[in-house]
Write a protein that binds this ligand. Structure first.
Ligand code: G1P
Length: 289
């Protein structure tokens, strides 16, 4: 049974400077909700109550976001703003959220290794803090269901255009059932011509504790960082690993254009501003040449 989730959120967010000079990229909002809140909610809606967020220097606002805010609550109470009060209180109650700081920014693999003592001997879920997935059944729940059937690590993947494989970890393997692959090879950010497929690692993983020894044995890879993908490639020599194409749409908040697209698409889906935003966009698009 998967009971714990790990959310790495320690990166610098250099692609969003200057916005991320003094605030973490995971706190950049989609309309009024920080990205990391969507990610925590996905874990919670997938049945997880224990979440470890891996942070670093300058990320205190993430901790504050999920903590009680007594003054703010008192203020909302006094003003009779019940709906907002409940919203704010809900944030500190939705899960047991723990924090640990990564001492040096040494890559995703290194960040995950900080979870070793927290997860102990159990399989666990990993959600990248800068990726949102909009789906009917939460993406993490879909992967947990595959894990429960196959009892092996499962990596959430999606097909990407061939010219985009260089941005992702890419898996290669054979399809064993519709949407599920037995993984034979994994490469972090391959050149287009060297990629084993166009199945990109989408920022959601179910991992088993044996990944930690593999991380320990992983040398620096792309960007001189300890890559989780390289550690998973080592794990492949020891046990079966599967990739699963989940149902849902992935939004990458890690780059500026996709961030704007996410804001627009999720804005249109909202009940409060959606209808007006849709009208505005139609009118605006009509004026473009
Ligand atoms: C990380 C992972 C990569 C994955 C990607 C998904 O890369 O290393 O395998 O495909 O997230 O967003 P990053 O975006 O941190 O460079």
């Amino acid at each position: 049974m998967i009971k714990k989730a790990i959310i790495p959120a320690a990166g610098f967010g250099t692609r969003f400077l200057p916005a991320t000079k003094a605030q973490p990229k995971e706190m950049l909002p989609i309309i009024d909700t920080p990205t990391i809140q969507y990610v925590v909610e996905e874990a919670v809606h997938s049945g997880i109550r224990d979440i470890l967020i891996i942070t670093g220097r300058g990320k205190q606002s993430i901790e504050n976001h999920f903590d009680r805010a007594f003054e703010l609550e008192a203020n909302l109470q006094e003003k009779g703003r019940q709906e907002q009060l409940l919203q704010v209180q809900k944030l500190s109650q939705m899960a047991n959220i723990h924090f640990i700081r990564q001492a040096e920014l040494n890559g995703l693999g290194d960040a995950i290794s900080y979870a070793r003592w927290h997860v102990g001997n159990e399989p666990f879920l990993v959600l990248l803090g800068d990726t949102l997935i909009d789906s009917t059944v939460p993406c993490s729940r879909q992967l947990i269901d595959v894990y429960n059937r196959l009892k092996a690590p499962v990596i959430g993947v999606e097909e990407v255009a061939p010219e985009k494989v260089e941005r992702y970890g890419i898996v290669g393997g054979r399809q064993v059932e519709p949407g599920t692959w037995h993984v034979d090879v994994m490469v972090e950010k391959p050149k287009m011509l060297e990629a084993p497929s166009n199945l990109a690692i989408a920022g959601r993983y179910i991992l088993t504790p044996d990944i930690f020894d593999c991380i320990d044995q992983t040398a620096e890879g792309v960007g001189n960082e300890i890559q989780l993908t390289d550690a998973l490639q080592l794990l492949l020599q020891k046990r079966e690993v599967f990739a699963h194409r989940f149902e849902g749409k992935r939004y990458d908040i890690g780059n500026r254009l996709d961030y704007v697209k996410t804001m627009v698409e999720l804005g249109v889906k909202r009940q409060d501003i959606g209808p007006e935003l849709r009208l505005f966009l139609k009118e605006f698009a009509g004026g473009l040449d």
